[in-house]
Design a protein around this ligand. Structure first.
Ligand SMILES: C[S@@+](CC[C@H](N)C(=O)[O-])C[C@H]1O[C@@H](n2cnc3c(N)ncnc32)[C@H](O)[C@@H]1O
Length: 303
């Protein structure tokens, strides 16, 4: 039995409504999906035990996915996101250990259990990771569960990573995931607000990963400015953001892909490649199509 087999049998018995979505994620690229499932679920099993990973992570994934659908339905009704204050989200979500632990274990699985995030994962691996310079010093902004950066380190044995997140849960979980993946010696996580990273030396990184933070900020431009500051000239960042996709802690409502592109260009980041993806099934008669967008950008002063 593989972890993927165990996952499907657990989902069939405990969360049958999640089954179709997971099958859709597998259909994106069955071979890559199985490899990712074995890797990510293997790390979860090393942390939570063979009996414990599914109740901890798959239940959290089902709760998180249900919350997202409810938030999107409220957003369809109200026409705007539920929350707009960063401080309130920090107090209610990021700083709360139990809430945030559950949230992060749920999000950890979305990387390959949501079809559109599976598409982004492949974009990240094939278009970004595979093309980094040798021995890259990477900075991960807002690693959360750590899955993106740890997957990067697993794919790139020559890379090192420094991660910065505002949440104590992230510190705990990202360190556990790095340990389970055997990459702890190349990963360091520090509790720090990303918007303060402008204090680091200009050009500290050969690569930056920043996945799904920008829509959590009141002034997203400040994050783009930080990313541009951290990159050495000619080096690249992988950035993702959510557009018209509600969650309890999404406060900046991006409506057009071009808004993210223009923001990058404003701070001297040349947009090399983008991918905008959405779930295969959305709410009936939706006026907002929830999208996740990945951008590969290069620090390049554009005249
Ligand atoms: C949706 S999670 C994204 C986790 C992971 N990067 C991913 O894509 O799955 C958002 C993360 O941003 C972190 N975060 C929120 N505000 C932050 C800030 N100002 N500086 C650093 N991290 C922040 C949260 O603690 C959380 O871990």
């Amino acid at each position: 039995m593989s972890y993927a087999d165990d996952l499907f049998s657990y989902v069939r018995s405990h969360h049958p409504r999640s089954l179709r979505g997971i099958e859709e994620a597998r259909e994106v690229n069955p071979a890559a999906w199985h490899a990712m499932a074995e890797q990510f679920l293997g790390w979860a099993a090393r942390i939570h035990g063979d009996e414990g990973w599914a109740p901890r992570c798959v239940d959290a994934f089902a709760r998180f996915s249900t919350d997202v659908i409810l938030c999107q339905a409220r957003y369809e009704d109200a026409g705007h996101y539920q929350n707009s204050s960063y401080d309130e989200c920090n107090a209610a979500v990021y700083s709360q250990r139990e809430v945030m632990d559950d949230y992060l274990w749920g999000v950890f699985l979305t990387n390959f259990l949501w079809s559109h995030h599976m598409e982004l994962s492949l974009f990240f691996r094939d278009r970004f990771l595979a093309r980094l310079p040798s021995t890259p010093e990477m900075i991960e902004i807002a690693p959360g569960h750590g899955g993106w950066g740890v997957w990067a380190l697993s794919n790139r044995p020559d890379a090192r990573l420094n991660g910065f997140d505002i949440s104590p849960s992230s510190m705990a979980i990202a360190n556990l995931v790095a340990g389970a993946a055997g990459v702890s010696d190349r990963a360091t996580y520090t509790l720090q607000d990303a918007l303060d990273l402008g204090g680091m030396a200009h050009g500290s990184a050969d690569a930056v990963i920043c996945s799904f933070l920008i829509e959590h900020l009141e002034q997203p431009e400040r994050l783009v400015e930080v990313i541009a500051h951290l990159l050495k000239p000619g080096t690249r960042a992988y950035l993702t953001g959510a557009l018209t996709a509600a969650q309890v802690d999404h406060i900046f409502e991006f409506r057009r892909e071009s808004e993210l592109v223009a923001m990058c260009e404003k701070y001297g980041l040349r947009v090399l490649e983008t991918m905008s993806v959405s779930p295969r099934r959305i709410l009936p008669k939706a006026r907002f199509i929830p999208r996740s967008m990945g951008l590969i950008v290069e620090r390049r002063d554009l005249s």
